[in-house]
Design a protein around this ligand. Structure first.
Ligand code: 5GP
Ligand code: ZN
Length: 113
């Protein structure tokens, strides 16, 4: 996908603070962290958002498999963390390449749900 910042990060065209990578997924620290740990987990393949994930596609399982490993690597598996996916306008999605935020490292306060 041309001109997609997260595609460029995923394919190595743009350098970033990478914390995890496998065949399907890459994860890196958010440019504007909202907590001591703020990591973005993205598929290497471009999906605009979760609406493009088909029923038999296992990319979400791959992403959560990566989240599990990252949580242990970052030592937040015991203290806990929040995973957030923004989809579309009302959710405030700003980068149109599907991504999951891992937020952790402090008490996260108010929950929406
Ligand atoms: P969204 O609001 O779409 O759910 O989240 C997009 C996130 O991507 C924001 O938290 C923003 O700080 C982060 N972000 C945007 N551009 C870049 C970038 O070039 N590098 C990194 N590491 N994070 C970015
Ligand atoms: Zn992309």
């Amino acid at each position: 996908m041309e001109d997609c910042i997260f595609c460029k990060i995923a394919n190595g065209e743009i350098g970033t603070d990478k914390v995890y990578e496998d065949e399907f997924v890459t994860a890196f620290r958010d440019l504007n962290p909202q907590a001591p740990v703020h990591i973005l987990v993205v598929p290497k393949k471009h999906y605009s958002n979760v609406l493009e994930v088909k029923e038999n596609d296992d990319i979400i399982a791959k992403i959560y498999g990566a989240i599990n490993k990252i949580a242990k690597q970052e030592n937040i598996d015991q203290s806990g963390f929040r995973v957030i996916n923004n989809c579309g306008k009302d959710a405030g999605q700003t980068v149109m390449h599907m991504h999951f935020h891992i937020i952790a490292g402090r008490a996260l306060g108010d929950k929406i749900v």
